[in-house]
Design a protein around this ligand. Structure first.
Ligand SMILES: *Cc1c(COP(=O)(O)O)cnc(C)c1O
Length: 370
Protein backbone atom coordinates (compact mmCIF):
# COMPACT_ATOMS: atom_id res chain seq x y z
CA UNK A 1 0.00 0.00 0.00
CA UNK A 2 1.52 3.31 -1.00
CA UNK A 3 1.45 5.87 1.76
CA UNK A 4 0.31 9.47 1.53
CA UNK A 5 1.89 11.58 4.23
CA UNK A 6 0.30 14.77 5.54
CA UNK A 7 3.38 16.62 4.36
CA UNK A 8 6.46 15.65 2.35
CA UNK A 9 9.38 17.98 3.01
CA UNK A 10 11.92 15.79 1.24
CA UNK A 11 10.07 16.12 -2.07
CA UNK A 12 10.74 19.85 -2.04
CA UNK A 13 14.34 19.41 -0.98
CA UNK A 14 15.01 16.96 -3.82
CA UNK A 15 13.96 19.63 -6.32
CA UNK A 16 16.19 22.31 -4.85
CA UNK A 17 19.11 20.21 -3.71
CA UNK A 18 21.76 21.83 -5.90
CA UNK A 19 20.75 25.41 -5.14
CA UNK A 20 20.41 24.78 -1.42
CA UNK A 21 23.75 23.06 -1.16
CA UNK A 22 25.43 25.91 -3.00
CA UNK A 23 23.82 28.50 -0.71
CA UNK A 24 24.77 26.56 2.43
CA UNK A 25 28.32 25.98 1.24
CA UNK A 26 28.67 29.69 0.56
CA UNK A 27 27.84 30.43 4.19
CA UNK A 28 30.10 27.68 5.52
CA UNK A 29 33.02 29.09 3.58
CA UNK A 30 32.28 32.72 4.43
CA UNK A 31 33.00 32.43 8.15
CA UNK A 32 29.96 34.63 8.92
CA UNK A 33 27.36 32.56 10.75
CA UNK A 34 25.24 34.94 12.82
CA UNK A 35 23.66 38.22 11.61
CA UNK A 36 25.70 38.55 8.44
CA UNK A 37 24.92 39.44 4.83
CA UNK A 38 22.45 36.60 4.20
CA UNK A 39 20.18 37.65 7.06
CA UNK A 40 20.38 41.31 5.99
CA UNK A 41 19.50 40.37 2.40
CA UNK A 42 16.61 38.13 3.46
CA UNK A 43 15.28 40.89 5.71
CA UNK A 44 15.17 43.22 2.74
CA UNK A 45 13.64 40.63 0.43
CA UNK A 46 10.90 39.61 2.87
CA UNK A 47 10.09 43.25 3.63
CA UNK A 48 9.82 43.96 -0.10
CA UNK A 49 7.67 40.85 -0.54
CA UNK A 50 5.39 41.99 2.30
CA UNK A 51 5.10 45.59 1.20
CA UNK A 52 6.82 46.90 4.34
CA UNK A 53 9.93 49.00 4.83
CA UNK A 54 11.73 46.69 7.25
CA UNK A 55 12.26 43.08 8.22
CA UNK A 56 13.98 41.85 11.38
CA UNK A 57 15.12 38.22 11.50
CA UNK A 58 14.77 36.42 14.83
CA UNK A 59 15.14 32.91 16.20
CA UNK A 60 11.61 31.64 15.46
CA UNK A 61 8.03 32.74 14.90
CA UNK A 62 7.23 32.66 18.61
CA UNK A 63 10.06 35.04 19.46
CA UNK A 64 8.98 37.30 16.60
CA UNK A 65 5.63 37.78 18.41
CA UNK A 66 7.28 37.99 21.82
CA UNK A 67 9.85 40.62 20.87
CA UNK A 68 7.26 42.86 19.25
CA UNK A 69 4.98 42.77 22.31
CA UNK A 70 7.99 43.36 24.53
CA UNK A 71 9.12 46.29 22.38
CA UNK A 72 5.65 47.79 22.72
CA UNK A 73 6.06 47.63 26.48
CA UNK A 74 3.31 45.09 27.09
CA UNK A 75 3.53 43.50 30.52
CA UNK A 76 1.75 42.85 33.82
CA UNK A 77 -1.66 44.52 34.07
CA UNK A 78 -2.10 44.65 30.29
CA UNK A 79 -4.54 42.68 28.18
CA UNK A 80 -4.09 41.48 24.61
CA UNK A 81 -7.03 40.22 22.59
CA UNK A 82 -6.60 37.22 20.32
CA UNK A 83 -8.26 34.07 19.00
CA UNK A 84 -8.50 30.75 20.86
CA UNK A 85 -8.35 28.87 17.54
CA UNK A 86 -4.62 29.01 16.84
CA UNK A 87 -1.30 27.45 17.76
CA UNK A 88 -0.46 27.91 21.44
CA UNK A 89 2.43 30.31 20.79
CA UNK A 90 0.06 33.16 19.88
CA UNK A 91 -1.25 33.35 23.45
CA UNK A 92 1.85 32.03 25.17
CA UNK A 93 3.88 35.13 24.32
CA UNK A 94 1.24 37.36 25.97
CA UNK A 95 1.42 35.31 29.16
CA UNK A 96 5.21 35.10 28.99
CA UNK A 97 5.32 38.89 29.38
CA UNK A 98 2.97 38.78 32.37
CA UNK A 99 0.03 40.20 30.41
CA UNK A 100 -3.36 38.54 30.08
CA UNK A 101 -4.65 36.91 26.89
CA UNK A 102 -8.32 37.71 26.27
CA UNK A 103 -9.97 35.35 23.80
CA UNK A 104 -12.74 36.22 21.36
CA UNK A 105 -14.67 33.60 19.47
CA UNK A 106 -14.12 32.95 15.78
CA UNK A 107 -16.11 33.12 12.57
CA UNK A 108 -17.81 29.74 11.94
CA UNK A 109 -16.85 29.71 8.26
CA UNK A 110 -13.28 30.95 8.15
CA UNK A 111 -12.13 30.15 11.69
CA UNK A 112 -10.65 33.64 11.93
CA UNK A 113 -11.27 36.05 14.80
CA UNK A 114 -14.89 37.28 14.85
CA UNK A 115 -14.42 41.04 14.72
CA UNK A 116 -18.00 41.77 15.79
CA UNK A 117 -17.14 40.39 19.24
CA UNK A 118 -14.11 42.61 19.87
CA UNK A 119 -16.26 45.38 21.34
CA UNK A 120 -17.34 43.28 24.31
CA UNK A 121 -13.78 42.33 25.19
CA UNK A 122 -12.00 45.64 25.13
CA UNK A 123 -11.22 47.31 28.50
CA UNK A 124 -9.00 50.18 29.59
CA UNK A 125 -6.26 47.58 30.08
CA UNK A 126 -6.36 46.35 26.46
CA UNK A 127 -3.16 47.24 24.59
CA UNK A 128 -3.14 45.16 21.43
CA UNK A 129 -5.01 42.74 19.18
CA UNK A 130 -3.37 39.75 17.50
CA UNK A 131 -5.36 38.50 14.52
CA UNK A 132 -4.06 35.15 13.24
CA UNK A 133 -4.38 34.32 9.54
CA UNK A 134 -5.42 30.80 10.35
CA UNK A 135 -4.51 27.96 7.97
CA UNK A 136 -3.32 30.55 5.43
CA UNK A 137 -6.42 32.73 5.04
CA UNK A 138 -6.15 36.42 6.04
CA UNK A 139 -8.26 37.63 8.96
CA UNK A 140 -10.68 40.58 8.53
CA UNK A 141 -7.86 43.10 8.48
CA UNK A 142 -9.78 46.27 7.61
CA UNK A 143 -12.28 45.67 10.41
CA UNK A 144 -9.57 44.78 12.93
CA UNK A 145 -7.41 47.80 12.12
CA UNK A 146 -10.41 50.14 12.14
CA UNK A 147 -11.45 48.83 15.55
CA UNK A 148 -7.89 49.10 16.87
CA UNK A 149 -7.50 52.63 15.64
CA UNK A 150 -10.71 53.68 17.34
CA UNK A 151 -9.59 52.20 20.66
CA UNK A 152 -5.91 53.11 20.43
CA UNK A 153 -4.64 49.51 20.22
CA UNK A 154 -1.66 48.00 18.45
CA UNK A 155 -2.34 45.38 15.77
CA UNK A 156 0.09 42.50 15.42
CA UNK A 157 -0.64 40.14 12.52
CA UNK A 158 0.37 36.57 13.36
CA UNK A 159 1.18 35.57 9.79
CA UNK A 160 3.09 32.39 10.69
CA UNK A 161 0.75 30.35 8.47
CA UNK A 162 0.07 32.86 5.73
CA UNK A 163 3.11 34.35 4.01
CA UNK A 164 2.00 35.38 0.52
CA UNK A 165 -1.76 35.30 1.17
CA UNK A 166 -3.65 38.32 -0.13
CA UNK A 167 -6.28 40.56 1.39
CA UNK A 168 -8.12 42.81 -1.09
CA UNK A 169 -5.42 42.28 -3.67
CA UNK A 170 -2.47 42.98 -1.40
CA UNK A 171 -0.19 40.55 0.46
CA UNK A 172 -0.69 40.38 4.20
CA UNK A 173 2.10 41.71 6.44
CA UNK A 174 1.63 45.46 6.05
CA UNK A 175 -1.88 45.88 7.45
CA UNK A 176 -1.03 45.79 11.16
CA UNK A 177 1.57 47.83 13.03
CA UNK A 178 3.75 44.76 12.60
CA UNK A 179 3.43 41.21 11.31
CA UNK A 180 5.36 38.06 12.14
CA UNK A 181 6.39 35.03 10.12
CA UNK A 182 7.65 31.63 11.14
CA UNK A 183 10.15 29.67 9.07
CA UNK A 184 9.57 26.43 10.97
CA UNK A 185 10.19 23.64 8.44
CA UNK A 186 6.51 22.78 7.97
CA UNK A 187 5.42 26.36 7.23
CA UNK A 188 4.89 27.42 3.61
CA UNK A 189 8.29 29.13 3.62
CA UNK A 190 10.14 26.72 5.86
CA UNK A 191 13.84 26.53 6.69
CA UNK A 192 15.96 23.59 7.77
CA UNK A 193 15.57 24.47 11.41
CA UNK A 194 13.95 27.30 13.36
CA UNK A 195 13.61 30.86 12.13
CA UNK A 196 11.26 33.82 12.21
CA UNK A 197 10.87 37.41 11.11
CA UNK A 198 9.04 40.60 11.98
CA UNK A 199 8.01 43.00 9.20
CA UNK A 200 6.92 46.57 9.83
CA UNK A 201 7.14 50.17 8.63
CA UNK A 202 7.95 51.43 12.12
CA UNK A 203 11.56 52.51 12.37
CA UNK A 204 11.47 52.90 16.13
CA UNK A 205 10.14 49.36 16.54
CA UNK A 206 12.91 48.06 14.29
CA UNK A 207 15.58 49.71 16.44
CA UNK A 208 14.09 48.13 19.57
CA UNK A 209 13.82 44.68 17.97
CA UNK A 210 17.41 44.84 16.75
CA UNK A 211 18.50 45.59 20.29
CA UNK A 212 16.21 43.01 21.93
CA UNK A 213 17.44 40.16 19.73
CA UNK A 214 21.00 40.72 20.95
CA UNK A 215 20.46 40.97 24.72
CA UNK A 216 19.06 44.48 24.69
CA UNK A 217 22.41 45.77 23.59
CA UNK A 218 23.03 49.43 22.87
CA UNK A 219 23.19 50.15 19.13
CA UNK A 220 26.73 51.54 19.42
CA UNK A 221 28.43 49.05 21.65
CA UNK A 222 28.47 45.31 22.09
CA UNK A 223 29.07 45.52 25.82
CA UNK A 224 26.63 48.24 26.81
CA UNK A 225 23.10 47.12 27.55
CA UNK A 226 20.08 49.38 27.54
CA UNK A 227 17.32 46.91 28.37
CA UNK A 228 16.90 43.24 29.29
CA UNK A 229 16.71 41.40 26.01
CA UNK A 230 16.94 37.97 24.43
CA UNK A 231 19.33 35.90 22.40
CA UNK A 232 17.09 35.34 19.38
CA UNK A 233 18.55 35.60 15.94
CA UNK A 234 17.97 34.10 12.55
CA UNK A 235 21.20 32.43 11.51
CA UNK A 236 23.04 32.76 8.22
CA UNK A 237 22.57 29.15 7.13
CA UNK A 238 18.79 29.40 7.47
CA UNK A 239 18.70 32.80 5.79
CA UNK A 240 20.74 31.56 2.82
CA UNK A 241 18.42 28.57 2.32
CA UNK A 242 15.31 30.71 2.77
CA UNK A 243 16.52 33.17 0.14
CA UNK A 244 16.62 30.31 -2.37
CA UNK A 245 13.17 29.14 -1.33
CA UNK A 246 11.59 32.59 -1.36
CA UNK A 247 12.05 32.65 -5.13
CA UNK A 248 9.71 29.65 -5.41
CA UNK A 249 7.18 30.66 -2.79
CA UNK A 250 4.48 32.10 -5.06
CA UNK A 251 4.72 29.08 -7.35
CA UNK A 252 4.37 26.70 -4.37
CA UNK A 253 1.47 28.66 -2.93
CA UNK A 254 -0.25 28.50 -6.30
CA UNK A 255 0.34 24.74 -6.45
CA UNK A 256 -1.23 24.39 -3.00
CA UNK A 257 -4.22 26.42 -4.13
CA UNK A 258 -4.71 24.21 -7.18
CA UNK A 259 -4.55 21.08 -5.06
CA UNK A 260 -6.94 22.59 -2.52
CA UNK A 261 -9.42 23.34 -5.28
CA UNK A 262 -9.06 19.81 -6.57
CA UNK A 263 -9.98 18.48 -3.11
CA UNK A 264 -12.93 20.91 -3.08
CA UNK A 265 -14.22 19.25 -6.26
CA UNK A 266 -13.42 15.68 -5.24
CA UNK A 267 -15.17 16.04 -1.88
CA UNK A 268 -18.10 18.12 -3.10
CA UNK A 269 -20.85 15.55 -2.64
CA UNK A 270 -19.60 14.15 0.65
CA UNK A 271 -20.87 15.08 4.12
CA UNK A 272 -17.75 17.09 5.04
CA UNK A 273 -17.32 20.85 5.04
CA UNK A 274 -14.47 22.04 2.87
CA UNK A 275 -12.62 25.33 3.48
CA UNK A 276 -14.49 28.58 2.87
CA UNK A 277 -12.39 31.49 1.61
CA UNK A 278 -13.89 34.98 1.72
CA UNK A 279 -14.38 36.62 -1.67
CA UNK A 280 -11.95 39.48 -1.06
CA UNK A 281 -8.95 37.34 -0.09
CA UNK A 282 -6.80 34.40 -1.11
CA UNK A 283 -5.61 31.55 1.05
CA UNK A 284 -2.21 29.93 0.70
CA UNK A 285 -3.67 26.79 2.31
CA UNK A 286 -0.99 26.25 4.90
CA UNK A 287 -3.33 23.41 5.79
CA UNK A 288 -6.31 21.94 3.97
CA UNK A 289 -8.89 21.62 6.73
CA UNK A 290 -12.15 19.73 6.46
CA UNK A 291 -14.85 19.46 9.13
CA UNK A 292 -17.06 16.64 10.21
CA UNK A 293 -18.74 15.50 13.43
CA UNK A 294 -17.08 12.15 12.81
CA UNK A 295 -13.59 13.64 12.79
CA UNK A 296 -11.88 11.13 15.09
CA UNK A 297 -13.37 8.10 13.35
CA UNK A 298 -12.52 9.48 9.90
CA UNK A 299 -8.93 10.14 10.99
CA UNK A 300 -8.69 6.59 12.27
CA UNK A 301 -10.03 5.25 8.98
CA UNK A 302 -7.62 7.30 6.86
CA UNK A 303 -4.73 6.25 9.05
CA UNK A 304 -5.62 2.60 8.42
CA UNK A 305 -5.36 3.41 4.69
CA UNK A 306 -1.87 4.86 5.05
CA UNK A 307 -3.08 8.46 4.77
CA UNK A 308 -1.63 11.07 7.09
CA UNK A 309 -4.02 13.43 8.89
CA UNK A 310 -3.97 15.60 12.00
CA UNK A 311 -6.52 17.39 14.18
CA UNK A 312 -6.20 21.19 14.08
CA UNK A 313 -6.57 22.16 16.81
CA UNK A 314 -7.73 19.51 19.28
CA UNK A 315 -8.11 21.98 22.21
CA UNK A 316 -9.08 25.66 21.97
CA UNK A 317 -6.63 27.80 23.91
CA UNK A 318 -9.15 29.08 26.46
CA UNK A 319 -9.68 25.48 27.61
CA UNK A 320 -5.99 24.56 27.85
CA UNK A 321 -5.03 23.31 31.30
CA UNK A 322 -2.48 26.05 31.76
CA UNK A 323 -5.19 28.68 31.21
CA UNK A 324 -7.60 27.39 33.86
CA UNK A 325 -6.62 30.38 35.97
CA UNK A 326 -8.14 32.69 33.33
CA UNK A 327 -11.55 31.34 34.34
CA UNK A 328 -13.02 30.27 31.00
CA UNK A 329 -15.55 27.42 30.95
CA UNK A 330 -16.62 25.04 28.26
CA UNK A 331 -19.35 26.79 26.24
CA UNK A 332 -17.83 30.27 26.61
CA UNK A 333 -16.48 30.34 23.03
CA UNK A 334 -18.76 27.81 21.34
CA UNK A 335 -17.66 28.29 17.74
CA UNK A 336 -13.98 27.69 18.46
CA UNK A 337 -14.92 24.70 20.61
CA UNK A 338 -16.99 23.20 17.82
CA UNK A 339 -14.24 23.76 15.24
CA UNK A 340 -11.80 22.02 17.57
CA UNK A 341 -14.09 18.97 17.67
CA UNK A 342 -14.60 18.86 13.91
CA UNK A 343 -11.46 20.04 12.12
CA UNK A 344 -8.79 17.87 10.55
CA UNK A 345 -6.13 18.35 7.90
CA UNK A 346 -5.79 16.26 4.76
CA UNK A 347 -2.42 15.76 3.04
CA UNK A 348 -1.41 18.89 1.14
CA UNK A 349 1.90 20.06 -0.28
CA UNK A 350 2.95 21.49 -3.63
CA UNK A 351 4.32 18.19 -4.94
CA UNK A 352 1.22 16.13 -4.06
CA UNK A 353 0.05 14.40 -7.24
CA UNK A 354 -3.45 13.96 -8.60
CA UNK A 355 -3.51 10.22 -8.13
CA UNK A 356 -2.74 10.53 -4.42
CA UNK A 357 -5.42 13.17 -3.99
CA UNK A 358 -7.95 10.91 -5.65
CA UNK A 359 -6.93 8.09 -3.35
CA UNK A 360 -7.47 10.35 -0.33
CA UNK A 361 -10.88 11.42 -1.63
CA UNK A 362 -11.84 7.78 -2.34
CA UNK A 363 -10.88 6.84 1.21
CA UNK A 364 -13.06 9.64 2.60
CA UNK A 365 -15.90 8.48 0.35
CA UNK A 366 -15.50 4.86 1.47
CA UNK A 367 -15.72 5.94 5.10
CA UNK A 368 -19.05 7.68 4.63
CA UNK A 369 -20.54 5.00 2.40
CA UNK A 370 -19.45 2.07 4.54
C1 LIG B 1 4.01 28.11 13.88
C2 LIG B 1 3.24 29.17 14.51
C3 LIG B 1 3.81 30.05 15.46
C4 LIG B 1 5.16 29.85 16.04
O1 LIG B 1 6.21 29.78 15.16
P1 LIG B 1 7.56 29.02 15.57
O2 LIG B 1 8.50 29.39 14.50
O3 LIG B 1 7.25 27.57 15.64
O4 LIG B 1 7.98 29.55 16.90
C5 LIG B 1 3.03 31.09 15.93
N1 LIG B 1 1.77 31.27 15.53
C6 LIG B 1 1.18 30.44 14.64
C7 LIG B 1 -0.23 30.70 14.22
C8 LIG B 1 1.89 29.36 14.12
O5 LIG B 1 1.29 28.54 13.26
Amino acid sequence: MSKTPLLDLQAQYRQLQEEIKEAITGVLESGRYILGPEVAALEEEIALYSGTRYGVGVGNGTDALLLVLNAWGIGPGDEVITTPFTFFATAEVISRLGARPVFVDVDPETGNLDVSQLKEKVTERTKAVIPVHIFGQPADLDEVTRFAEKHGLWVLEDAAQAIGAEYKGKRIGSFGDAATYSFFPTKNLGGYGDGGMVVTDDEELVAKLKSLRVHGRSPNSKYHNDVIGYNSRLDELQAAALRVKLRYLDQWNQARRERAHRYDRLLRDLPVETPVVAADRTSIYHLYIIRTDQRDALMEHLKSQGIGTAAYYPVPLHLQKVYRELGYREGDLPVAEKLCRQSMALPLYPELDEEKQERVADAVKAFFHA
